[in-house]
Design a protein. Structure first.
Length: 512
């Protein structure tokens, strides 16, 4: 640790300016860096330095702690309302059938997610095995669902009848209006179901199917299918526990940092853990988003808001950190630009990958097609379903997961490097994600054209991912070449650039 000779506060060895008072580290107060300026020029320089130092003090002592406290407070309060947008198991495979143009109300309802409390997952896992008790629970749930649907349909019944008659009469403009009405009904119905544990209903349905299979004389493919259905249901529900632990984790991180940020604001002292807080929070968000990919679910609107808000706040906070502590010579600016651009592009890639970029045909549901679980309809035999699943797993899942993991590693390494002012990363970390993204795009295109996978078409997002990661790689290569050139120029001697250059190669604060 360095000690500021101006104010006495300690600072990290990698910093060149004090984060508290803004003074240059390692120089005596009032020391002349150039050793040959006139008194008037030195006075003007000192005034500029003092103004920069005062701005740095305001940012590091007031603005940054205040921003951190505000962000952590918003995230902590909002965190209580994070939930799961859930599709019941029988709806996971359902699509709106845009290809066939089907506008049936049932299809629309099946495409509408239902918000669930994250702790419903635990309720589902501890349902129990007693057939009589779980049968009674399921009957109560089904009665509630029927009552909710009846209430909603009573409200819209007359309007549906009118539009249906007009559609049958051949009115072309009425189809779009009928579809919009179906969507409105589905949204109202989904909002009515938020208090019903549909996750538990799925587990109960699987358990009841297993109990009936045990007493049935049927065997073979049907029995294996039921066993796999039960295994998939518990596997899916087990993965969804990530939501529960993620929910608790985000609240705990927000609360702990809120306390720390308030203390820092009261003392008007920068909390050096601010950047790490944002990284920890985003890591928790990404874990929950990844769980959504594995289970065909997603965060609700509040969860997405917390994720986007934390990311935007992190960008602002890191920019302030850079202003307050970084040295701003040409080489450092190039390195910082490479790190910043690569982190932003990687974040964009992760957002794209965490969205629903794959459009699977009705043959296989999203879970079965991507992540190896196979619950098929009666039209497919078990062995055929396994074959479809394996083809999708190797052609879609493995490249997808490779790009996700490599991009996430690069993103967090770059963000950590910006915060710690670390050295440049190896070129491999920048090139590998782009290479895997290119391979993913080629494999998806070839398999889709050959009909080897259940994708309706090659997702356009795969091309977007490749372009962004390729831009990161190009930026890294260009930045590395430019940094090397700047190092050679400085090492060649010259005349140290100009009379304003200081002896140790750092640019004083007035050059910011």
């Amino acid at each position: 640790m360095k000690k500021c000779l101006q104010c006495g506060h300690e600072a990290e060895d990698s910093l060149n300016f004090c984060g508290y008072c803004g003074a240059s580290l390692g120089k005596e107060p009032g020391q002349r860096p150039d050793g040959g300026r006139t008194a008037d020029a030195e006075g003007k320089k000192e005034k500029r330095e003092n103004r920069i130092a005062s701005v740095r003090r305001v940012f590091s002592g007031i603005v940054m702690p205040a921003l951190a406290a505000f962000v952590s407070l918003v995230l902590f309060v909002s965190g209580f309302f994070i939930g799961i947008d859930y599709h019941p198991a029988e709806q996971v495979q359902a699509q709106f059938n845009a290809i066939s143009g089907d506008t049936d109300i049932t299809a629309v309802l099946e495409q509408t997610p239902v918000e669930q409390n994250v702790f419903n997952v635990f309720g589902a896992l501890f349902t129990g095995k007693d057939v009589e008790k779980i049968t009674e629970k399921q009957q109560k749930i089904q009665q509630k669902l029927s009552a909710k649907l009846q209430n909603v349909m009573q409200e819209y019944g007359m309007r549906i009848a009118e539009l249906s008659l007009a559609a049958e009469a051949g009115d072309p403009g009425v189809v779009a209006e009928l579809f919009a009405l179906y969507e409105e009904i589905a949204d109202d119905y989904a909002s009515e179901l938020t208090g019903i544990n549909l996750i538990q209903s799925d587990v109960i349905a699987a358990e009841l199917a297993l109990s009936q299979a045990d007493v049935s004389v049927d065997s073979g493919d049907s029995s294996v299918r039921v066993d796999k259905w039960v295994a998939d249901t518990y596997f899916r529900t087990g993965i969804m526990t990530v939501y529960v632990f993620g929910y608790i984790y985000l609240l705990a991180v927000s609360l702990l940092y809120l306390y720390s940020a308030v203390i820092g604001f009261v003392r008007r002292k920068e909390n050096t853990r601010g950047g790490k807080f944002f990284l920890m929070y985003l890591l928790g968000c990404f874990a929950m988003l990844a769980a959504g990919q594995l289970t065909a679910t997603s965060l609700n609107a509040v969860g997405i808001f917390c994720f986007v808000f934390a990311a935007a706040a992190a960008l602002v906070y890191y920019a302030m950190r850079v202003f307050c502590t970084y040295k701003f010579d040409a080489k450092s600016i190039v390195a910082l630009s490479v790190k910043g651009v690569s982190a932003i592009f990687c974040f964009a890639v992760l957002c794209v990958l965490m969205g629903n970029i794959y459009d699977f045909g009705v043959a296989v549901d999203k879970i079965g097609a991507v992540f190896g679980m196979y619950v098929f309809g009666d039209a497919y035999g078990f062995s055929e379903g396994v074959a479809i699943t394996l083809r999708n797993f190797f052609a879609v899942t493995i490249p997808y997961l490779a790009v996700c993991v490599l991009t996430a590693i690069l993103f967090f390494r770059q963000m950590w490097s910006v915060w710690e002012n670390g050295a440049d990363e190896s070129l491999l970390w920048f090139v590998a994600p782009a290479g895997f993204a290119l391979a993913q795009m080629i494999v998806l295109f070839a398999c889709t054209e050959a009909g080897a996978v259940a994708l309706v078409e090659t997702p356009g997002a795969a091309f977007t991912v490749f372009l962004l990661l390729a831009a990161v790689a190009v930026c890294c290569v260009a930045g590395g070449a430019l940094s090397k050139e700047l190092s050679q120029r400085v090492g060649s001697g010259g005349k140290a650039g100009s009379e304003d250059c200081v002896a140790d190669g750092d640019v004083p604060p007035d050059r910011i």
